[in-house]
Design a protein around this ligand. Sequence first.
Ligand code: PAF
Length: 293
Amino acid sequence: MEIIRSVQSLRKKTKLLIKQHKQIGFVPTMGFLHEGHLSLMKEARKANDILIVSIFVNPLQFGENEDFEQYPRDEEQDEKLAKEIGADILFIPAVKEMYPKKMQISMHVTDRTEMLCGRSRPGHFDGVITVLTKLFNMINPDRVYFGMKDAQQVAVVDLLIQNLNFPVQLVGLPTVREENGLAKSSRNVNLSRDEKEEAIWIYKALKKGQQFVIDGEKNPAMIKKEVMDTIKHNTSGEIDYVELLSYPGLKPVMEVKGQVILAAAVHFEKARLIDNLLFDESGRTIHVFKSEE
Ligand code: PAF
């Protein structure tokens, strides 16, 4: 595995790979790799000739009061894990390398961001699409991989790829879960022992909602109420949102039709957890989201 820190060396390398007609799979990350990232890397490894992983904590996607400085970092461990999976290139640029000066062009997403987590993080997705545009231009990947735990991010990246005609296929892979169903997240370490038990109910509540749909319920209000009641009765957490929306459009729906997302965010004492399920109108789970090739 080659570790590259400069944009120039990365461009040189990827140009050569493209000349050799290699298919490039790309997994963008902010490091502190966990099983969620590793599942993306394994899939990308299988489906492409070359696997490129980036580690960059992108200041542009953090709000003023957010935890950019405190964001966990462990480069040594990340290098070890990426190597074990068989990554070919690990791109770890410094902030100055990615943003030598303040950006003189700004990008702004005008759809799919006013709801779910986007509502409480203004500007966040603008930062995400900016850094991804830069990375896509540096790497020219054939496929790019994201976890569906951040389903709104996947929906926004889908827009980015469509709007700017990036010749890359988007692959959204299933959320990696603990055996009891709790979605894996670096934030789970901030849960108390009791909260960790309670947090399982977020997934259980979403599953109950999905079961309603399987049983023939089409009314989003009824489904959301079931999810909310289940979370309220079984956890001490405070619900931020429970939403049922079209996917990837993220529009409110009058009835469950086509592909939908049932998503929840819950505040615990020291952690805000998110989870979601993607299914069709008969309640059948959609495991993988792919844009057209
Ligand atoms: O999901 C993340 O880790 C980040 O938002 C991403 C896609 C690497 C962009 O900085």
